[in-house]
Design a protein. Structure first.
Length: 103
């Protein structure tokens, strides 16, 4: 009984903590909101770009192996990199913005 009670409490605590910590939907609303300062938006976007560039640098050796595959290797690599460069900074910025904005 005690074990089940602790597991329920743990799940609730984890759910509420994670929801407050990382909230991309709230960040997207904040990106659209004109009351949020532009400097906070640009700072979050800059952090998203830096994190994305760091991830690309880490992935580079694996991507070189994938690009060496004959046929679709290079096309697949370019598609994934392009998508990652366009989408990831904005998603990361939307995730970070609620934590950067003072309530």
């Amino acid at each position: 009984m005690t074990q089940k009670l602790l597991s329920i409490i743990g799940r609730r605590a984890t759910r509420h903590t994670t929801a407050k910590l990382l909230s991309p939907s709230k960040g997207l609303k904040m990106m659209r909101d004109p009351q949020v300062r532009a400097s906070h938006k640009l700072l979050a976007l800059g952090a998203g770009i830096l994190i994305t560039v760091g991830l690309l640098a880490i992935e580079f050796p694996l991507e070189a192996v994938v690009a060496a595959i004959p046929g679709l290797g290079i096309a697949l690599d370019l598609f994934v990199d392009g998508s990652e460069l366009l989408i990831a900074p904005f998603v990361i910025a939307c995730t970070l913005l609620p934590r950067m904005q003072a309530e």
